[in-house]
Design a protein around this ligand. Structure first.
Ligand SMILES: C[S@@+](CC[C@H](N)C(=O)[O-])C[C@H]1O[C@@H](n2cnc3c(N)ncnc32)[C@H](O)[C@@H]1O
Length: 208
């Protein structure tokens, strides 16, 4: 593991199987309406369309206009079944098995909203995302400053917003097959409410 991640960085207060924690559906939103709208705006600006994977998905995917074919991967069958934007879904614990059940280069884009902080093997998952993305396709991670504290990794909880942006940037930088990541605060700096950060990069064959 990269030395930027100190020992214990990926430990969690609750190390039990994620299947237990996500067994009951939660039909809630995890960030406020302004931050949710900012996710949809970002997807629209980046033209996230075509065949898209919503990684760590639930009952909402936040697209203003759902892509032609949206595939969800998450932990709770009831939430995924209730998501009107999803064409198909897969229930899979990425912390138990980071291998994505999809063919190489089979997605135009991949998104992951307010969930990257729960990954205990993020580099394995990012590498799998690079494998399933077509060249030029984007992996768009969005997040705020709220989380399920017992399930988020220690390194995430121990830092601030700027530190979290650096963590996600580092995941991209350490994964073969992504361009230099871009990061942006997508909500207004002085706005009262949840901030929304986006970090994204494109699939490349050669690192640029
Ligand atoms: C805070 S919710 C966010 C859900 C959704 N992306 C959204 O924007 O509302 C965290 C999501 O991460 C998913 N998740 C958590 N741990 C996971 C794991 N080990 N493997 C796959 N998905 C996981 C859960 O299914 C849950 O829906």
């Amino acid at each position: 593991m990269d030395p930027s991640f100190a020992p214990g960085f990926f430990h969690r207060v609750d190390p039990s199987s994620d299947s237990l924690f996500y067994d009951l559906p939660r039909f809630v939103t995890h960030i406020d309406d302004g931050a949710l709208a900012a996710v949809g705006t970002l997807y629209e600006e980046l033209a996230v369309e075509g065949r898209v994977l919503d990684l760590m998905s639930s009952w909402v995917s936040h697209f203003r206009t759902p892509p032609h074919e949206l595939v969800g991967l998450g932990m709770n069958q009831h939430e995924l079944k209730a998501n009107p934007a999803l064409r198909h879904f897969v229930r899979q614990d990425l912390n138990a098995d980071p291998k994505l059940p999809f063919a190489d280069a089979s997605f135009d884009h991949v998104v992951c909203c307010v969930s990257v902080d729960y990954l205990v093997h993020p580099l394995a998952v990012f590498s799998e995302v690079a494998r399933v993305l077509r060249e030029g396709g984007l992996f768009v991670c969005t997040f705020s400053n709220r989380c399920f504290p017992t399930k988020a990794i220690r390194g995430w909880r121990a830092t601030n917003d700027a530190g979290r942006v650096q963590i996600v940037r580092r995941y991209f930088e350490l994964t073969n097959g992504f361009s230099e990541p871009v990061d942006e605060l997508r909500t207004q700096r002085r706005r009262f409410g949840d901030p929304l950060y986006g970090v994204w990069a494109a699939r490349t064959t050669v690192r640029i």
